[in-house]
Design a protein around this ligand. Structure first.
Ligand code: PLP
Length: 403
């Protein structure tokens, strides 16, 4: 109490402004979270074995419609194992979007493989599949079952589409290309739980799909991930690698270099409780998107994401583009303005090809990712966001544009 009284009036004003900041994406725990976590403590099952781990796997598998789900410490670890079990090896190449959160690209590097960075479609912002097709047709050569990059002489082993912002990549086209060139497909659906493409959940088209339950995703386990597949051998291998590749529990016999990547029962307990609320969360996400659309649609200066009619989006992070020609500095000023007005806002991801660890990467006709980065801005869209806050946020953005 004495510290409160010791604050000057300007400090008090600053702290109340801070308190009023509407966060970008914060979790909501209003279901059985406490009850299930308490059950872990009461039973003593807190580590990486226990009933909630199996239950979470079973329920996620049923929800998305696959036969196998493997619970892992986070989405990045799930991507790493996904690439390993489909056979991505050192000196292979993997096609991945240039516009993405960095995790899938890092996972390629963990396998000592080489990312080949593909441009984004300027309208859907997802990986441009026509550039994938063009690269495979014009710059690669099929020898037997293996597709070689003619310039580097390396095998192109896999495509890693990332379903960005709660929308979806063109999976039909990607699967056709994968069959034609005999490539494996690992889908990064970390941002896309609940998203459907042609009526089917994303992450279930390729050989393996990956979900994330990080704190800023639609449902969370604090940190967590899930590997999805219909191929029992891939699930078995992933589970084996995630538990130190243990062949004999008692004698400590291991036949491969394994990892300690298993999710704990504790986290899975949170996951089961969150999953029970997922449908309500998704309804809320779509309502928030509608609230924003209703106001922003009237501003011709703003471009919204195009979701194709065969995609059911969830609008994980509600994101818009500022007018064409907006510079990075102008977008930074817009984010500062939004923050001053009490709304947390973020840019889209920095194109991977410009980041120090990936500056030397091969790129395929990068044309649109820099301007998407310069113009993109994500605004608050937590499941607990109030409609009036979304409306005030949309009006604040329109106000900035009028300046
Ligand atoms: C969040 C995210 C991940 C990584 O998930 P973690 O659970 O944080 O490791 C991977 N890919 C994309 C596209 C993401 O947004």
């Amino acid at each position: 109490m004495s510290t409160v009284q010791a604050l000057t009036s300007s400090e008090r004003a600053a702290s109340s402004r801070r308190r009023r900041t509407v966060p970008l994406s914060e979790p909501v725990f209003r279901g059985n979270e406490w009850r299930y976590v308490k059950a872990c403590l009461d039973s003593g099952w807190v580590s990486s074995a226990g009933p909630f781990v199996e239950r979470f796997e079973r329920e996620v598998a049923a929800y998305v419609g696959v036969t196998h789900a493997v619970a892992l410490v986070n989405g990045t670890a799930a991507l790493h194992l996904a690439l390993k079990v489909v056979g991505v090896s050192p000196e292979d190449e993997v096609l991945v979007p240039d516009l993405t959160f960095i995790a899938p690209v890092n996972a390629i590097r963990y396998c000592q493989a080489h990312p080949v960075l593909i441009d984004a479609d300027p309208v859907t912002w997802q990986m441009d599949v026509e550039q994938v097709a063009r690269f495979l047709a014009e710059e690669c050569e099929q020898r037997g079952d293996i597709c070689y990059d003619r310039r580097t002489e390396r095998p192109v082993r896999a495509i890693l589409p990332v379903h960005l912002l709660g929308s979806a990549c063109e999976m039909d086209r990607i699967m056709t290309l994968a069959r034609q060139y005999r490539l494996r497909v690992v889908e990064d659906a970390a941002e896309a739980i609940g998203v459907k493409y042609a009526g089917r959940h994303v992450g279930t088209f390729g050989d393996v799909g990956v979900l994330s339950f990080n704190g800023n995703k639609v449902i969370t386990t604090g940190g967590g991930g899930m590997l999805l597949t219909d191929q029992p051998e891939l699930a078995r291998h992933a589970r084996y690698l995630s538990t130190q590749a243990k062949d004999d529990e008692v004698e400590y016999i291991h036949h491969e270099v394994g990892y300690n990547y298993r999710l704990t029962n504790f986290q899975a307990a949170l996951g089961v409780a969150q999953l029970e609320q997922l449908d309500g969360f998704l309804t809320k996400k779509r309502e928030i998107a509608c609230t924003y659309e209703a106001l922003l649609r009237r501003s011709p200066a703003i471009t919204r994401i195009h979701v194709p009619p065969h995609v059911e989006a969830t609008y994980w992070l509600y994101t818009v583009l500022l007018p064409p020609g907006t510079t990075r500095a102008e977008r930074q000023a817009a984010i500062r303005f939004m923050t001053e007005q009490g709304f947390e806002a973020r840019p889209l991801w920095h194109p991977i090809h410009g980041l120090p660890p990936y500056r030397d990467c091969q790129t395929v006709n990068i044309e649109h990712t820099p301007s998407l980065y310069d113009r993109g801005i994500s605004v608050p869209c937590s499941v607990g966001l109030r409609a009036e806050d979304a409306q005030r946020c949309a009006r604040t953005l329109i106000e900035w544009l009028k300046r």
